[in-house]
Design a binder for this molecule. Structure first.
Ligand code: NAI
Ligand SMILES: CC(C)=CCC[C@@H](C)[C@H]1CC[C@H]2C3=C(CC[C@]12C)[C@@]1(C)CCC(=O)C[C@@H]1CC3
Length: 345
């Protein structure tokens, strides 16, 4: 019996495919009939239809073997924001992304979809319904954001229609969902240590939290709309749940869903931000003798106490994007996926 050969255009690569977003993306791509090459510094699972290539994205030769016969690449690898390691961010997000672009060009890849971040325009002050034409943050709030800006500029700047190399960037915000190693685990850890009793500021600040499947949907739509005659070439797109929510209502729903009490007492924003700065200074001073990671970093306090929600009208117009999972359903699925983080578990 003749074996069915998949068309070349259905073969893609996911750089960072072992991570939280990457793995959800890989699973959806498989559902949609793609065969997938995952490139990552670690292998976190096995799946039929997926070929794993373990390596560092700063190594072009290693990347080239993962990009063989691939026409579409998703780049969603990054060091974790909490690492706050300037040299690592510069090496991976900036120089590594230059290597990814060069490897794509050498391998004849036609489309590159970057996972950027809506934070590239966030400076720690309110952003309400921010559109893609907001300027990049002049004073990025941390090294992660600083290097995500440079990364996005590199990828969008590499879009070259005459060469047949098309790029687009997706800017998600506050991704949550099953298997997220960051948001829910950090929240529960803080709650278990009695640190989630307080609301920073008056608690009315609206923010975007985006269910992971919506982020995946935005990436796949972008890849499938990326053609030389499309307006999306070389452009960034916000992908959100399109349901801004009060930061502290979201935290409370997740905490209460997992059996922890909701934060109740208010603390002034400037006081907490000042304390977080002081704590950061202390970690630097004490670094030679001891190391500790504060839960409330200036970045987290800024995210917890300001408005940061973004318009996804351009994605609706150009990509036909519409969230596929509501915030309510996303929170319910997320809470149900963490039985081991329930109070008393
Ligand atoms: N989690 C969130 O709320 C948001 C995330 N993003 C972006 O989404 C992307 C995915 O984030 P997550 O899935 O949350 O993170 P994650 O940490 O779960 O996944 C990142 C993956 O990149 C891999 N990686 C890191 N350095 C590498 C290197 N040198 N070579 C090869 N692979 C490497 C890691 O091993 C990991 O599997 C990142 O680009 C992040 O900046 C953007 C907005 C919000
Ligand atoms: C105040 C406190 C301790 C809250 C716990 C939850 C936080 C760990 C998350 C709340 C908002 C999240 C967020 C990100 C990481 C996790 C949170 C700070 C990002 C910085 C991840 C990377 C991005 O590109 C932007 C995200 C914004 C929201």
């Amino acid at each position: 019996m003749a074996t069915r050969v998949r068309p070349v255009s259905k073969r893609c690569a996911v750089i960072g495919g072992s991570g939280f977003l990457g793995r959800h993306l890989v699973e959806k791509l498989l559902d949609r009939g793609y065969s997938v090459s995952v490139f990552d510094i670690r292998q976190s699972y096995e799946l039929p239809g997926v070929t794993f290539h373990q390596g560092d994205l700063c190594d072009k030769q290693a990347l080239l073997s993962a990009l063989k016969d691939v026409s579409l690449v998703f780049h969603c690898a990054s060091p974790a924001p909490s690492s706050d390691d300037r040299l690592l961010f510069e090496r991976v997000n900036i120089r590594g992304t230059q290597t990814v672009i060069q490897a794509c060009l050498d391998a004849g890849v036609q489309k590159l979809v970057l996972t950027s971040s809506a934070s590239v325009v966030f400076e720690g002050t309110d952003v309400k319904n921010g559109k893609e034409d907001l300027p990049y943050a002049k004073k990025p709030i941390d090294y992660y954001t600083q290097t995500k800006i440079e990364q996005e500029k590199l990828v969008l700047g590499a879009c070259n229609k005459p060469k047949g190399f098309l790029t687009v960037a997706i800017r998600p915000h506050g991704i949550f969902g099953p298997r997220d190693p960051q948001l829910v685990p950090t929240l529960v850890d803080a709650a278990r240590r009695g640190k989630m009793k307080f609301i920073i500021g008056d608690g009315t600040n609206l923010v975007d939290f985006t269910y992971v499947e919506n982020v995946v949907h935005g990436h796949i739509l972008a890849a499938e709309h990326l053609r030389a005659d499309s307006p999306i070439c070389g452009k960034p797109y916000h992908i959100t749940n399109d349901e801004p929510i009060r930061f502290w209502d979201f935290m409370s729903e997740v905490l209460v869903g997992l059996g922890y009490p909701a934060p109740r007492f208010h603390l002034p924003y400037t006081l907490v931000y000042g304390l977080a700065l002081l704590l950061l200074l202390l970690t630097w001073i004490l670094r030679p003798v001891m190391s500790f990671k504060p839960t409330f970093t200036p970045m987290r306090v800024a995210l917890a106490g300001t408005y940061h929600y973004y318009s996804c009208e351009h994605a609706k117009e150009h990509l036909g994007y519409k969230p596929v999972v509501s915030l309510k359903e996303g929170i319910a699925r997320t809470v149900a996926s963490y039985p081991h983080l329930r109070r008393g578990a």
